[in-house]
Design a binder for this molecule. Structure first.
Ligand SMILES: [Zn+2]
Length: 217
């Protein structure tokens, strides 16, 4: 997977100019139910954890914002007419995978929590803190202009794609971490088609290795 050589080189240039570029990391739905053994397991879903942990560790160490999205469905939802029941609120399946690093500073975006709501995109979600009013995802992520948003997680052909397309629409510079996402592939071409749609929209493909190598400079 991935784009042309030029596309792979581009983020290195941009990441090197650290002065004016705000960076943020969005980790999409790395929950037990989407990993092997889960209710809606994505093939090799757990393989995203190691590369994502390297990004999470780096962002946390640099004091850069890290966001985790999660599916958080009620037991009874129209969403389960399309999919087997998964990520039901307050169940073990809805918890983040135990191997995923979870820095204290990371903020969780909750989505898909109503009976009618699919919640594919984290931008449909909210940040919940105590009794405060929920904060919409976009408000939480802040100013899109001048922000490079790095995205990885599960699954490439659904929530990761929805996250990337919405992020571009809102004006973020979006970098898909191609080694840190996996697809459901209900149909064999789903992943390829999702990647093509993202590329066409302006999402830049990179890898965690490239992003981190560039960031150290
Ligand atoms: Zn769901």
């Amino acid at each position: 997977m991935g784009g042309t050589r030029e596309e792979e080189v581009a983020p290195i240039r941009i990441l090197s100019q650290t002065s004016n570029v705000r960076r943020a990391l969005l980790v999409v739905d790395v929950q037990n139910d989407f990993c092997p053994g889960g209710a809606l397991a994505v093939p090799e879903g757990d393989l995203v954890i190691e590369p994502l942990n390297r990004m999470i560790e780096y962002f946390d160490r640099k004091g850069l914002p890290v966001f985790f999205s999660r599916d958080w469905h009620p037991e009874d939802t129209e969403h389960f007419k399309t999919w087997p029941a998964h990520c039901v609120q307050n169940t073990q399946g809805a918890e983040f995978h135990p191997d995923l690093l979870k820095p204290i500073s990371a903020k969780v975006i909750t989505k898909g929590f109503s009976k009618k709501d699919d919640g594919y995109s984290p931008f449909e979600g909210v940040y919940l803190k105590g009794d405060d009013w929920p904060t919409p995802c976009q408000l939480l992520l802040g100013q899109p202009q001048g922000t490079s948003l790095y995205i990885g997680g599960l699954a490439t052909d659904y929530c990761v794609k929805a996250a990337c397309l919405d992020a571009v629409k809102f004006g973020y510079s979006v970098y898909l971490l191609t080694d840190a996402c996996r697809a459901v592939n209900l149909k064999p071409m789903d992943e390829a088609e999702a990647l093509e749609e993202m590329r066409r929209t302006g999402v830049v493909f990179t890898t965690t290795e490239e992003a981190l190598k560039a960031a150290v400079i």
